[in-house]
Write a protein that binds this ligand. Structure first.
Ligand code: PLP
Ligand code: ZN
Length: 413
């Protein structure tokens, strides 16, 4: 519960909350349709907590002192955050990494990290008096908005590529969102949502465009630090698409550092699939800006974006952390999905399993040491995309209810 200003991540101008809503007006004038978002605003709290939130530290309900809202009453009544931090002993043994942790974000309300952003955005929409909130999404942001909006009794309109995993579409529709499947890419859906919000006066949750998406995701970093204290992580692996999650993670560690609660923020590693790797490639090439991908594609649908909307801030934050990008193949992602499930029981969607694929690649490249305290941010549940996982498992043909048939089945490889 704190007063705050918005600061433009490009020109550094500070704005009062009442004066801007989405982008820095000066830098927004440079916005190209379909390009990275210009003039992204970073929330700067007037005062930062100098003490760890006491009771139920992992619950955003008590992390409220870190949130730019007028009152805790604004937070929708639903279960977001406070996700498990798992020590994963079997995976530690397999990888020879004794200090590996898994932050299980599949346990959020709608099954992904996107709930953290939606929680704060819906809270702000309620404070601003908006009855309808819209978003563009590859799938999870829309499901998250649908679920959190349902809990808060506000209307959600979601723009999603028609090719999104069917379970995600069913999920958001079941939560009562008005679903607009777009015959086109996520980037097309983004532009359409923007235009619709202008025409119909809806509050736009679209990622990075709405500054509270970045701010909302910071609670994951605050929880990671709280979960591990007094130790701190050396490195965090973050599956990356638009670059909002990783910038939010950086913001959370930064807020803790500014309050004197954290002395050394971890390196952040942006993990992206080969077919959608604009941010990771720019990081590796030391490029000043991203080169958008034409026709991005990957089994990790949640990471597929041509022009990553939060590229400018993501590059800045990852570099400031001393981290970098890692690019992984779809095969490596699907292998990691199986390995993660077999060693931890956590069934992650491909985008989320990319965190483990990224760790394996980073160890092989010597970017991290096996002694590092590493955290995998496992960002979304595999239950929303069964066909992707089904590519790597075989379900045997049905046996008659007969013990000999069971024995024959068990003898098969
Ligand atoms: C959205 C998403 C990400 C990446 O977040 P960005 O802000 O787009 O970088 C990672 N994993 C999952 C499961 C997601 O839904
Ligand atoms: Zn600006």
């Amino acid at each position: 519960m704190a007063s705050f200003t918005f600061v433009c991540v490009e020109c550094g101008t500070a704005y009062a909350e009442a004066d801007v809503r989405y982008q820095c007006p000066t830098c927004a004038a440079l916005q190209e349709p379909g390009g990275v978002t210009r003039g992204v605003l970073r929330v700067e709290l007037a005062e930062l907590p100098h003490r760890w939130p006491s009771a139920r530290v992992h619950d955003p309900g008590s992390l409220v002192v870190f949130l730019p809202i007028a009152s805790p009453v604004s937070l929708p009544p639903c279960r977001v955050g406070d996700t498990p931090m798992l020590p994963v002993p079997a995976l530690r043994r397999e990888l020879g990494m004794p200090h590996l942790w898994l932050k299980d974000e599949t346990r959020n309300l709608s099954g992904s990290s996107k709930d953290r952003a939606s929680l704060l955005v819906v809270a702000k929409a309620l404070e601003y008096g908006h009855g309808t909130i819209a978003t563009a999404s590859t799938g999870n942001a829309a499901a998250a908005l649908a679920a959190v909006a349902a809990a808060a009794s506000v209307r959600a309109v979601v723009f999603v590529p028609a090719a999104a995993p069917p379970a995600k579409l069913v999920h958001m529709a079941t939560c009562g969102a008005r679903v607009v499947p777009v015959a086109g890419s996520y980037d097309d859906a983004f532009e359409l949502c923007l235009a619709a919000c202008e025409r119909f006066g809806w509050y736009n949750r679209s990622t990075a465009f709405n500054p509270f998406t970045i701010e909302g995701k910071k609670t994951a970093a605050i929880e990671i630090a709280a979960n591990l204290k007094p130790e701190q992580p050396d490195v965090v692996f973050v599956p990356t698409g638009d670059g909002v999650l990783i910038a939010g993670i950086a913001k959370g560690f930064d807020d803790l550092a500014r309050g004197g609660l954290l002395h050394r923020a971890p390196r952040l590693i942006a993990v992206q699939p080969e077919g959608s790797a604009a941010i990771a490639r720019a990081l590796r090439d030391d490029a000043p800006a991203v080169t958008p991908v034409a026709g991005a594609a990957s089994v990790a649908d949640s990471l597929v974006v041509n022009a990553p909307r939060n590229a400018i801030l993501a590059l800045k934050e990852v570099r400031a952390s001393g981290g970098t990008g890692v690019v992984v193949s779809d095969d490596a992602i699907l292998d990691a999905q199986g390995r993660l499930a077999r060693t931890t029981g956590v069934f992650a969607e491909p985008a989320a399993a990319a965190a483990l694929a990224g760790l394996l690649a980073a160890v092989a490249e010597g970017l991290v040491s096996r002694d590092d305290r590493a955290v995998l941010l496992v960002t979304g549940t595999g239950l929303k995309d069964i066909p992707a996982a089904a590519r790597h498992v075989r379900i045997p043909a049905a046996v008659p209810p007969d013990l000999d048939a069971v024995e024959r089945l068990l003898q098969m490889p």
